[in-house]
Each structure stands twice: as structure tokens, then as C-alpha cells.
Ligand binder design. Structure first.
Ligand code: C2E
Ligand code: MG
Ligand code: MG
Length: 559
């Protein structure tokens, strides 16, 4: 029943019953007791009716109030259970519907909120990762150069910096490129990781280790008491790396070249210190690797000269600063000039005359040797062809070849092209290779030499006695001539042992059908002894210093 109807009944009941009572009371005025009874009954009825109405209307209101209170306290699952068909029932139904909508929206909002939270978490972890990448090396997990520089900057800008002393180390693995080229990049990566671990274990938290890139590492050793403390750590590292390293079930030996710069003596900023430790590291490389060097200002001057020589080499051909001197080789039986060694020279506008022992290693290191060497081979062949065409003489011209050049895949093709181009008979060209060139040959040296042999080009083994003096090469490879190094020849006239060694080399080479040249012959005594020992040819100041083309022509024509 609707609330409106119930209230109508209540009103009607309350207005009709007093009306009826007043009529009855009027009729039965003499029976007062009856009136009393009627009144009592009326009161009872009213009480029952009031109770009924209160049950019917107030309780659902209270129940609805409690349900709403529960909902307002945050329980969105709550439902009103009023089922009556009056307005309260409708109110309950609408309340439930409203709660359902609120609940659903709340769930949507909750899931949206959770999604936002997880996105935020993802963003935060992405940000952390990006930050890690910006300041770390992915391979080794070490800080990178930026983090390293930042760290030193922080230390140097802190107070009391003037009285403090720090050491910056630059590490560069020796021959890492060869390892990468021969054993593969994955192996190289593993070796870098292992090296980082070993360095960390030696440093033992004493400094900040970083990877500068490639096979280079940096160390900041903070607050040292003396330079010798810095040196001790470097010596310890070098010693540690003398032990074999276990890597992928293999045993490898790895060494490194170290450069050290000391703050504040060798620089006041991270960049200056890193640069100077790098320069010192190069000094370690140049003077035999597997060692440490402390920076000094002379090194910077050397480096500047080195950089300038690279510049000069780059355009030496175009600037006509590169030229050749030829040193004659004389046959000891006929006393005739039978060969010429082409020796490179540079006369630079900026630095004056440069010796090949200075610029050839720089040309090799910078890769410029290939261009320079090709030019020298072509020039030497052209000159020899000119001598031949003019009927002056038929000589073998020899050119020194660096290992970098020999290892170029197109090397044989280049030689063959130059011979075609210059029309020099191949047997009038000889290539001088040293043992170290053959040892460091990544290509199969024996196969390279036999290809040259097939071309008809001669091969000589230069500076014999200074390297491994391995007899292996003489038996396994097609070598025409062996050149005994000047350092052996120097003492032969007064050191019996050297004379004996020279004699043995000559005999041995002859047994193997190899001709022998003695290099750097300066005295008559040396010459006579070599003649007695049946040496085939000599080259040295006793005959002539290296000469220019015209001077060589004059010398040949005079003899
Ligand atoms: P090398 O091939 O052993 O050349 C012989 C060196 O000994 C030359 O020095 C020559 O001038 C010097 N020499 C010859 N006889 C005597 C002597 O009686 N006394 C003294 N004191 N020295 C003598 P140079 O021209 O300074 O060349 C030095 C080295 O530079 C050469 O040694 C060679 O290894 C290298 N080199 C020169 N030119 C070239 C080149 O075009 N390419 C390459 N890859 N290396 C070259
Ligand atoms: Mg030579
Ligand atoms: Mg030599």
C-alpha cells in the first residue's frame, strides 16, 4: 500500500471515530460506563493502529537511513532490502540502482587509477634505465666517461682541494684488436667484462673505475699520499695481469698499457687529467706495452710532433715532400752494383728533414703507409725501368714493405698492377720484409710469398738477426735474399762470436740456395771478412750512402 493511501486511512480513521463516539455518547448518555469502555477500546485500537503504522513507515526509514550511512562510510556494496510497494520501496530501489552506478563507476575509476599507477611505475623504471644508460657502460656495468668526469668534477670542486693529491689512470688493453679480429667480438666482449672484474678486485673499492670505450678503462684514485702510492697500484695491476686469465674454459694472457696523470701537477680539470693520462698511456704502448708511465710535459710536445707528422704524411705526396734515396748493393764477386734499396725520405716545410725511423711507424699506425708505400713502389719501379730503357744498367730495386701493407687483401693485385703499369720486369723488383712483418701477418704469409714468387717478384728477409732469427721461414717460404742486420755486422771485425754467427748464417743460407746481403758495412775490415766468408753482396756507407736519382746514375756510370 502506498504511503499516501495509508496516511489517508489514518486521517479518515482519526476523524470518523471521534464523530461516531460523539453520536453514541449522545444516544447512551445514561450509560457512562459504556462510554468509558468504548473509550478504552478506542484507545487500544488507536495504540494498535499507531504501532502498526510505525512498523509500516518508520522502520523502513530507519533501515534506509542505516544503509545510507553504511554507504556514506565507503561501503559501496551495500544494498537496501526494502521490498514494499510504496514510495519507500521505490526509494530503496532507486537507492540500490544509484549505488550500482556509483559502484560500477568506482570500479572503473579504481582500474583506471591502477593503470595510471602501473604506467607511472613503468615510466619511472624507464627513466631509471635511461639514466643508467646515460651514465653507465652497458657491457661491463661500469660508470662511463661522463659519470667519471662528473665524479672528478664533484671531488675537485669540493673544499680543501688544493692540498689533496689524486691519480688518474688510463688503461688500454694490449693487442685487443687482434683478439677481436681473430677470436670474434663476443670473445672480445667477454674479455672486457673479465678485465673490468679483475680491475675492480685489485682496486678493491679504493677508487672509481670507469670504461672510457673500446678497450679503454679509467680509474680515479682519490686522495693519495704520494706519487709512489699511485705507482704501486699500477705495478700491482701490471703484475696481476701477468697471471693467466680463465675465460670460457680457455686460458688467456692479457696485458695492458697504463698512463698515469697526477692532480694537481699534471692538470687541474678532469679533461686535462684524462688527456694527459692518455698521452702517458701511449708512451707505455710506444715503449713496449705491458707497463705504466707517469705523464710529463715532454710527452705533450712529442704528441704534438706526432700529430703534426700525421698531417705532413697526409699530404706529403701532393706537396712533393716525400722522395726516395737509393742505396746501392754491390756484388762482392764482381764488385758491380747489382741492386738499389729504395729508402723513403721526407723534407717537410714545417719540420725539415724527417728520418724514416720516425715517420714510418707513424705512417703505419695511422694507416697512411699504404698510400705512401704504393707511391714508393711505383716510383722505384719507374726509376728502375728508366735505367733499363736508357741502357744504363739492369738492377734489382728493392722496396721495404710494412706488415700493414702486406696484410691488405689487395696487396698482390696492387703489386701486379704497378708492374703492368710501369712495364718493369717482375724479377727486377724485390720486396723487403722483416721477420716481425711475417710473424704479425694475419694473412697466411707462406701463401702471400708464394703468390709473389709466382708473379716473379723477389723477396728478401730484412734485418735478419734482430728478430726471432727463425730458420723456419728460410725453409718454409720462397725467400731469395737474406739481409744480415747492421747490428751484427758492426762487430764482426773484432768480435769472434759475431764473426762466427755471420759466417754460420751465410753458410746456412747458401745451403738453402738463398743469397746473403750484409747491411751497414762501413769499414774495409768488415768488407774483407765478409768477402772471406763468401757473403754475396754488401750495402753500406763503404760503398755509398743513399743517393738521389741523378747521383745514382752518376755512380753507376763511373763504376
Ligand atoms: P732498412 O730497410 O734496414 O734500411 C737500411 C738502413 O740502414 C737505412 O736507414 C740506411 O740508410 C741505413 N744504412 C745503410 N748503410 C749504412 C751504414 O753503413 N751505416 C749506417 N749507419 N747506416 C746505414 P734509413 O734510410 O734511415 O731507413 C731506416 C729504416 O726505415 C729502414 O731500415 C727501413 O726499415 C725503414 N724504411 C725506410 N724506407 C722505407 C719505406 O719506404 N717503407 C718502409 N716500410 N720502411 C722504410
Ligand atoms: Mg730494408
Ligand atoms: Mg735492414
Amino acid at each position: 500500500m502506498s504511503l499516501k493511501k495509508s496516511l489517508m486511512i489514518l486521517l479518515v480513521t482519526f476523524s470518523i471515530i471521534p464523530f461516531l463516539i460523539s453520536i453514541i455518547a449522545y444516544e447512551l448518555l445514561t450509560h457512562k460506563s459504556l462510554i468509558l469502555i468504548i473509550c478504552i477500546v478506542y484507545i487500544i485500537i488507536i495504540a494498535i493502529l499507531a504501532n502498526y503504522l510505525s512498523n509500516k513507515f518508520i522502520e523502513p526509514i530507519i533501515s534506509l537511513r542505516d544503509t545510507m550511512r553504511t554507504a556514506s562510510n565507503g561501503n559501496l556494496e551495500v544494498k537496501s532490502s526494502i521490498r514494499s510497494k510504496n514510495e519507500l520501496g521505490e526509494l530503496s530501489k532507486s537507492f540500490n540502482k544509484m549505488m550500482h552506478i556509483i559502484n560500477r563507476n568506482y570500479e572503473d575509476l579504481t582500474s583506471l587509477h591502477n593503470e595510471l599507477l602501473s604506467n607511472e611505475e613503468q615510466l619511472r623504471s624507464n627513466y631509471d634505465h635511461i639514466e643508467f644508460l646515460a651514465y653507465h657502460d652497458v657491457l661491463t656495468g661500469l660508470p662511463n666517461k661522463i659519470a667519471f668526469t662528473d665524479y672528478i668534477n664533484g671531488v675537485l670542486s669540493s673544499s680543501n682541494k688544493v692540498d689533496k693529491m689524486h691519480a688518474i689512470y688510463f688503461f688500454d688493453l694490449d693487442n685487443f684488436k687482434t683478439i677481436n679480429d681473430t677470436l670474434g667480438h663476443e670473445y672480445g666482449d667477454d674479455l672486457l667484462i673479465r678485465t673490468a672484474q679483475i680491475l675492480q678486485s685489485i682496486i678493491d673499492g679504493k677508487g672509481l673505475l670507469a670504461r672510457a670505450g673500446g678497450d679503454e678503462f679509467l680509474l680515479f684514485y682519490e686522495d693519495i699520499k704520494s706519487v709512489s702510492e699511485a705507482v704501486d697500484l699500477a705495478a700491482q695491476i701490471i703484475k696481476h695481469f701477468q697471471e693467466p686469465i680463465e675465460l670460457n674454459n680457455d686460458i688467456v694472457f692479457m696485458s695492458m698499457s697504463i698512463g698515469i696523470a697526477i692532480y694537481p701537477d699534471n692538470g687541474l680539470t678532469p679533461n686535462a687529467l684524462i688527456k694527459n693520462s692518455d698521452i702517458a698511456m701511449y708512451k707505455s704502448k710506444d715503449t713496449g706495452k705491458n707497463k705504466y708511465t707517469i705523464f710529463n710535459s715532454m710527452m705533450e710536445e712529442e704528441l704534438n710532433r706526432h700529430t703534426l707528422i700525421i698531417d705532413i704524411l697526409r699530404s706529403a705526396i701532393e706537396n712533393n715532400e716525400l722522395y726516395i734515396r737509393y742505396q746501392p748493393l754491390v756484388d762482392l764477386q764482381t764488385n758491380q752494383i747489382i741492386g738499389l734499396e729504395a729508402l723513403a725520405r721526407i723534407d717537410s716545410e714545417k719540420l725539415g728533414p724527417l728520418s724514416p725511423s720516425e715517420f714510418i711507424p707513424i705512417a703505419e699506425e695511422s694507416g697512411l703507409i699504404v698510400k705512401i708505400s704504393n707511391w714508393i713502389i711505383r716510383e722505384a719501379c719507374l726509376f728502375n725501368k728508366k735505367l733499363l730503357d736508357r741502357g744504363i744498367t739492369s738492377l734489382v730495386v728493392s722496396v721495404n714493405i710494412s706488415s700493414i701493407h702486406l696484410n691488405r687483401p689487395e696487396f698482390i693485385k696492387t703489386i701486379s698492377n704497378i708492374l703492368d703499369e710501369t712495364q718493369l720486369p717482375p724479377n727486377l723488383l724485390e720486396l723487403e720484409l722483416t721477420e716481425s712483418t711475417l710473424v704479425s701477418s694475419v694473412m697466411d704469409a707462406a701463401s702471400l710469398l708464394s703468390q709473389l714468387h709466382k708473379l716473379g717478384v723477389k723477396v728478401s728477409l730484412d734485418d735478419f738477426g734482430t728478430g726471432y732469427s727463425s730458420l723456419n721461414y728460410l725453409t718454409r717460404m720462397p725467400i731469395n735474399t737474406l739481409k744480415i742486420d747492421k747490428s751484427f755486422i758492426d762487430n764482426i771485425s773484432y768480435n769472434d762470436k759475431d764473426a762466427y754467427i755471420a759466417n754460420t748464417i751465410i753458410q746456412l743460407a747458401h745451403r738453402l740456395n738463398i743469397k746473403v746481403v750484409a747491411e751497414g758495412v762501413e769499414t774495409k775490415e768488415q768488407l774483407e771478412l765478409l768477402r772471406q766468408q763468401n757473403c754475396d753482396m754488401i750495402q753500406g756507407h763503404i760503398i755509398s750512402k743513399p743517393l738521389l736519382q741523378e747521383e745514382i746514375i752518376d755512380l753507376i756510370q763511373q763504376s
